[in-house]
Design a protein around this ligand. Sequence first.
Ligand SMILES: [Zn+2]
Length: 106
Amino acid sequence: MKAENGWNDSEDLKGAVQGWADRIGVTVREVHLRDMRKKWASISTNGRLTLNTDLLDLPAALGEFVIVHELVHLLAPNHGRVFKSFMSAYLPDWEERQHNLQTWRM
Ligand SMILES: [Zn+2]
């Protein structure tokens, strides 16, 4: 079932990816949606982003967190201090969103 404040469709989700890429200043070459069993998304160093189709059923705020997390990996490959400071710069409430995502459907 679709969440309240969710995405309209996959184009809506992909549009958000482009918007965030522009804002963060990174290049996303391809966006793919597919069923992923164990994670919400992945990104390759050359900017190929794969998103779990289940994100379409989540509130957009959680999907945004996933998008920003992946795009920030183009600037900081691991989850260290640099990564966290970029996350805080772009999504000040990212830790709350991460928590909400981790407890989603539990
Ligand atoms: Zn990560």
